[in-house]
Design a protein around this ligand. Structure first.
Ligand SMILES: [Zn+2]
Length: 75
């Protein structure tokens, strides 16, 4: 099975915004609000920089199902 990595210490999603005009990128954050505020502030300074690519890095883990020979190796 493939799913969200919930093992102890696993990171939640990481959010970033990238300007599609100048390719400047916000600081990475575990919360969407910081990168979104960064994008709004960038557009306020440069009105023609209004398009952004929202980047979300999600961490997933393969967990072998019970009965799979690799199951006993799962954390
Ligand atoms: Zn820009």
């Amino acid at each position: 099975m493939l799913g969200t990595d919930t093992t102890p210490g696993a990171s939640g999603p990481i959010y970033e915004m990238e300007c599609t005009t100048c390719l400047d990128t916000s600081p990475a954050s575990g919360e969407r609000a910081g990168p979104e505020d960064w994008a709004i502030r960038l557009t306020a300074r440069h009105h023609d920089h209004a398009g952004f690519r929202a980047l979300v890095t999600a961490f997933v883990r393969v967990t072998p199902a019970p009965g799979d020979p690799l199951h006993k190796m799962a954390p």
